[in-house]
Ligand binder design. Structure first.
Ligand code: NDP
Length: 495
């Protein structure tokens, strides 16, 4: 067997790896172009870190349809029981940087790319069914509070709780985050949720609203605060190690994929806004409908190429699956595509992990690192070339009836019930779980200013009096004083 030959990036053989110098003690010569190339490429090895979800782990897998859902959607990859589609799933933590520890208390990203025969569908979800805010103006601000303080460069409890105390819509997600599910034991032991409401359109052009659920078949498994602290001390990459190791051993993790379906008429009569990202649809009203199974069965070969460069965007939709009026989803349709334009460039869709497995034919051209497979075919539309790609009217979406809609900036803080669902979740917990949630919250909230503590306590009391009372007790705050404070802050007492 011949030894592989070391070459420059241009493919020219390299004779050795010692710097070319004038004499054994130097200086260097500019003509050592292979050395210059190595140094220059090294300086450019990193691409911008994702602003959120920077630390992640990914794997390829297979989605298999187990139930017929063609009455809801015409999506090609869901059109036959038994049909299999290749997928790529990237898990992540949200707030930490690329070097952050995996086992931290944080929401987990659950971003799934389906390489379907009618294009890539990206479901860019989390391990929680809801989110902290419902208006996109608040998203960037919320993330700032989760990242580092601009002055101290530290994660800052006062910043986090100040924001949450002024945004009661966050209470539901805060309760999930502080619950025992706040630190998953591994990426294999968590559920994934599309979180947003999406639409499905069937072959007859009928539209329904849907939510996506992926229930882990490994079972939910979490870490206690002590277990996570111990684990992080020993291993900062615990979730990466677990996922990669399990797949390498042939222990392929699986999820049961389900949808909830809401008709247009049900949406009008629903107790909450069905497009509000801070709300779930109760299972008893909208039961889970089985769709398929998801299995992860192949590790990426190169982390940077396949996981770091993986680009997920809610705007990657396929015929039969579409957006809903959800304001956060509408904003993400632009924002995620935009971040990949910044992080990877105009041709991020040509990177192998992002590349559709079906033919791609359009008039988008050029830009940095264009792969150029279009050759000399026309780059404009309309054109009169018989073989050029043409729009296909059979893929038209049915119209949306917006009726007498008024365009305005609607206040997302009034006329909303931010407390019932957070309270419902709290009431599901047993006594020990309630106490752990209360002490975790008090641990962080206790580091915020007194004014923030009181404002936040009002929200816990509104969700459930016991919720507020337990936290107040640990904080050493008189519950009566808090209730007086509740009356003194009508501005944040919606609900
Ligand atoms: P259900 O009793 O029908 O559903 C409860 C859901 O809560 C189950 O899906 C369960 O997941 C999940 N769950 C249990 N413990 C936690 C936790 N610590 N953090 C997050 N989720 C948890 O009631 P409802 O549908 O009326 O929902 C009640 C509350 O449950 C909601 O307010 C919401 O906070 C939470 N929830 C609801 C979901 C939904 O889509 N309706 C989805 C997930 C959570 P599992 O089956 O894995 O045990």
């Amino acid at each position: 067997m011949t030894t592989p030959r070391l070459t420059t990036a241009n493919g020219a053989p390299i004779s050795n790896q010692q710097a070319l110098t004038a004499g054994p003690r130097g200086p260097l010569l500019m003509q050592d172009v292979a050395l210059l190339e190595q140094m220059q490429h090294f300086n450019r090895e990193r691409i911008p870190e994702r602003v959120v979800h920077a630390k992640g782990s990914g794997a390829y897998g297979t989605f298999t349809v187990t139930h017929d859902v063609t009455r809801y959607t015409r999506a090609d990859f869901l059109n036959r029981v038994g049909k299999k589609t290749e997928v790529f799933l990237r898990f992540s933590t949200v707030a930490g940087e690329r070097g952050a520890a995996d086992a931290e208390r944080d929401v987990r990203g659950f971003a799934l790319k389906f390489y379907t025969q009618e294009g890539n569908w990206d479901l860019v979800g989390n391990n929680t069914p809801v989110f902290f805010v419902r208006d996109p103006y608040k998203f960037q601000n919320f993330i700032h509070t989760q990242k580092r303080h601009p002055g101290t460069n530290l994660r800052d409890m006062d910043m986090q709780w100040d924001f949450w105390s002024l945004c009661p819509e966050a209470l539901h997600q805060v309760t999930i985050l502080m619950s025992d599910r706040g630190i998953p034991a591994s990426y294999r032991h968590l559920n994934g949720y599309g979180s947003h409401t999406y639409s499905m359109v069937n072959a007859s052009g009928e539209r329904v609203w849907v939510k996506f659920h992926f229930k882990t078949l490994q079972g939910i498994k979490n870490l206690s605060d002590d277990e996570s602290a111990g684990l992080i001390g020993r291993d900062r990459e615990s979730h990466q190690r677990d996922l990669h190791g399990a797949i390498a051993r042939g222990e392929f993790p699986k999820w049961r994929a389900c949808i909830q379906v809401m008709t247009q008429a049900q949406a009008g009569a629903f107790r909450w806004n069905p497009f509000d990202l801070t709300k779930v649809w109760p299972h008893k009203d909208f039961p889970l409908i089985d769709v398929g199974t998801l299995e992860l069965n192949r590790n990426p070969e190169n982390y940077f190429a396949e996981v770091e460069q993986a680009a997920f965007k809610p705007s990657a939709l396929v015929p039969g699956i579409g957006p809903s009026p959800d304001k956060m989803l509408q904003a993400r349709l632009m924002s995620y595509a935009d971040t990949h334009l910044h992080r990877l460039g105009a041709n991020h869709h040509q990177v192998p992990v992002n590349k559709p497995r079906c033919p791609v034919m359009n008039y988008i051209r050029d830009g940095a690192l264009a792969e150029g497979s279009y050759g000399s075919s026309p780059n404009y539309w309309p054109n009169s070339h018989a073989s050029a790609p043409k729009p296909d009217a059979s893929f038209a979406d049915p119209a949306w009836a917006l009726g007498q809609t008024i365009v305005d900036r609607f206040d997302s803080t009034v006329d909303h019930d931010d407390y019932t669902q957070a309270g419902n979740l709290y009431r599901m917990f047993d006594d020990g779980h309630k106490q752990r949630v209360a002490s975790r919250i008090a641990g962080g909230l206790g580091q915020a200013r007194k004014e923030v503590q009181l404002r936040m306590l009002c929200h816990f009391f509104r969700a459930d009096p016991d919720y507020g009372a337990r936290i107040a007790k640990i904080l050493g705050i008189d519950a009566t004083a808090t209730l007086n404070e509740l009356k003194a802050h009508p501005a944040v007492s919606a609900g």
